[in-house]
Design a protein around this ligand. Structure first.
Ligand SMILES: Cc1ncc(C[n+]2csc(CCOP(=O)(O)OP(=O)(O)O)c2C)c(N)n1
Ligand SMILES: [Mg+2]
Length: 281
């Protein structure tokens, strides 16, 4: 896949890696996600100084330190504000935002909703391990309500898990995909496509935490490619996501909303088009 507006240079994944050695636990899924991100950058062929990687706080939020691009390791839950501001001020840069399920959906949850609806042309990659890894294993918004292994929630949270892709779709994200860290190749292709897709792209990557959720090693046997092709029909995407088992992987939705532009008159008709009909039965 090539974009003729981007100057192509001959790059390899290693050209986007910094000299810092990741300090993740051996076996952490985030190693493969880093590999997938740098591989997608090489495929895009953009020089590192035209890319910016922005994050908050968490094990997964350490990604900017491990890349050679411009980066900002910001405060917990505020990566999308930084990324939005950067992209609006410097539309020439490719802006990728990375982080975890706690950073993005808990403390950063409100920012997630509004980044989706604002539809600025950035790509948000969340390494979802259904736990706060960095702070030693508390439940996150995506944790199964019956998970009892944290001393903070010894009888489980009892709360309905957050479904990031459904929420992103309902909030206006323009591209949705789910990857698995064990499939670095497929994940790299998806990230590349997400970056090239105009507007706010959201990619949820199932990335096992081998230390606090060792049972997630089984995800390798549970993930599967989605049985259906990606759709650009948001109602169809919503129906699929509401019956999803959480392990379908691949590009799920490609929208056609126009990305946010400064001083652009908003097109109210297009914004509300998906909600103008009767209830589907
Ligand atoms: C304002 C603030 N509150 C709380 C923390 C503590 N804290 C650091 S990382 C983190 C959660 C990280 O979880 P997640 O985003 O899922 O990343 P992971 O470590 O699992 O990759 C928390 C609560 C903090 N650094 N700053
Ligand atoms: Mg996490």
């Amino acid at each position: 896949m090539t974009d003729t507006t981007i100057p192509q240079v001959d790059m390899e994944a290693a050209d986007y890696k910094s000299a810092n050695k990741p300090i993740w636990c051996p076996g952490c899924g985030d190693f493969s996600v880093l590999q997938a991100i740098t591989k997608s950058m090489a495929a895009l062929g953009k020089p590192p100084e035209q890319l910016a990687v922005i994050s908050g706080i968490g094990c997964s939020s350490r990604i900017p330190a491990y890349t050679k691009c411009y980066g900002f390791h910001g405060v917990h839950g505020r990566s999308l504000s930084l990324a939005t501001g950067l992209k609006v001020a410097r539309p020439d840069l490719t802006v990728v935002c990375t982080g975890g399920d706690g950073d993005g959906f808990s403390i950063g949850g409100n920012h997630f909703l509004h980044a989706c609806r604002r539809n600025v042309d950035i790509t948000y990659i969340v390494m979802d391990n259904e736990v706060y890894g960095m702070t030693k294993g508390q439940a996150s918004p995506t944790t199964d309500p019956l998970w009892e292994d944290s001393a903070l929630t010894p009888t489980g949270t009892g709360m309905n898990p957050f479904k990031p892709l459904v929420i992103a779709l309902a909030s206006g994200a323009n591209f949705l995909g789910r990857g698995f860290s064990g499939d670095a190749e497929g994940t790299a292709d998806m990230i590349e496509e997400a970056i090239l897709h105009p507007g706010f792209s959201f990619v949820q990557i199932l990335s096992p935490c081998v230390t606090y959720r060792p049972e997630q090693k089984e995800w390798r046997n549970m993930v599967h490619p989605a049985m259906v092709d990606a759709t650009s029909d948001s109602a169809r995407a919503a129906r699929r996501l509401m019956t999803d088992d959480g392990f379908n992987t691949g590009v799920l939705y490609r929208g056609d909303r126009e990305p946010f532009k400064l001083r652009q008159q908003s097109n109210a008709a297009q914004q509300t088009a998906d909600f103008s009909g009767q209830f589907a039965v």
